[in-house]
Design a protein around this ligand. Sequence first.
Ligand SMILES: C[S@@+](CC[C@H](N)C(=O)[O-])C[C@H]1O[C@@H](n2cnc3c(N)ncnc32)[C@H](O)[C@@H]1O
Length: 534
Amino acid sequence: MEEEEERMQNLRSKATELLLRKEFKDSIKTYTEYISLCHNQISNTHKNLDSNNLSKLKKSLCLALCNRAEAHLNLQEFPQALKDCNEASEIENTHFKTLLCKGKILLSLNQYGLALDCFKQASLDTNEFENSETLNGYLEKCKKLEFLSRTGAFDISDWVLNKFQGKSPELAEYIGPIEIKKSEISGRGLFVTKNVDCGSLLLVTKAVAIERAIVPECIFQDSKEQAQLGMWKSFIEKIVESAKKCNRTRDLICKLSTGENEDDFEVPDIDLFRPEVEDSNFLDEKIDMKKLLNILDVNSLVEELISSKVEGKNSDVHGIGLWLLASLINHSCDPNVRRSHVGDHVMIHASRDIKAGEELTLAYFDVFSSYRSREEKAKNWGFICKCKRCKVENGVCSKQEMMEFEMFVGKGVDMGGVVYRLEEGMRRWMVRGKGKGYLRASFWKVYSEVYESERLIRKWGSKIPIMESVVDSVVDAVGSDERIVKVLMRGLKRKENGGNGILEMEKAMKLGRGLYGKIMKKQTLRTVLFQLAN
Ligand SMILES: C[S@@+](CC[C@H](N)C(=O)[O-])C[C@H]1O[C@@H](n2cnc3c(N)ncnc32)[C@H](O)[C@@H]1O
């Protein structure tokens, strides 16, 4: 008996030491051995009815379970960590360390409300003075994230004004007024459930996994491809790891499109994507790698860091990730939402006013390019684009003249002349309304070159439309973009030298909301817009 006790004591000390040394896997192994001996002893003690021993053993078992949970938490093995905490709570439901650990697990799972309950309950333990600072830190963080996930009132102004230095702001998961429905574009899509105005935040979600690497623009093509391949491989490994650790993640990944027979896919309930959904039982099902690779091919996105959009910062850093619910947004060449990446989160906001019931659409690739180049990009994604803009442009773009315009771009030709001929062409082909905006967006490079050159504006004068009307039509057709705002702001700067420009600034601010969403204060957005003009 004494020998057994000594063995248990040794195991317990060893497991604790391994935990402190952050050797989590070995610590779990040792605790598992210890916990199993505890269980054996408890059932024996029950028979001998030694209540003193029984209570001591149970206390010790509770602590061991809690410590094993901590080790699982560090390895991001959340279901196992939760299971241990729940068993520990059954022994002692007010155990401080267990409540703290369980709160941390729930916080990692973005279940802010439940995490808050744990931290609040832990704070009732007046004996834990030395841990009160840590606990208060968690309480505050949890309250903030719970508020954000409920209201969507994110504000990253400080970080933006600080030139994106230091840690990115802490974000919560947020699902706004959206639902999943069958899409007329393809398979399923996300739709708004009420009218939303330009800049409204619709979704904030954390990546299942991201892999980032520095791929400098100037490196040779071969090395670049090599670097990208390496990045893709590590990304897949990370996804597999996440799917193995959490059934819920794996189930949700499996609901995503493989790119084939999309219209046969079931329409999942959006609530399944809420963090509060409990993990299903641990089944240890094998992952179908072929299917997973198809899913990743169709749904992974390249990060568009807000810091590089605004400042050109980190433009060598390439990141690829998978954001579950955002994967249900279809592409359109006249999109109505945009995305910004902050840390591991993607923030999706309306880039223009959207009416209740409309489908949300995102640009998977640069849509300020010609029909033919977009067609090529969609082909690389594995689909033929069925958006409205492509249908309109498909008719016009087969015209011989249109192909000639494309050939002019970047060939040192007077771009004012190209704009003039294009505008003339549109009159002859009777392209009106949005169609005009579509084509102007397709040739934005040409238009912007003209409007950025005082010489060309002077030369072509009234033969070409004024910049403001082109900007309006392009934004109305395709939505906002940094390049448009840049041209507008530079024009505004020129005007400001001559005084005035209040109306243009108002317009620029509205476009700015479309670009970045309502995630920064007005004054911060103003600073950012002026920065774009430099
Ligand atoms: C990330 S998924 C979008 C959600 C998908 N519709 C679903 O049901 O899960 C990307 C796939 O959707 C389809 N898709 C997205 N936008 C499209 C478009 N504009 N035209 C045709 N197919 C599109 C393509 O099959 C593409 O590979």
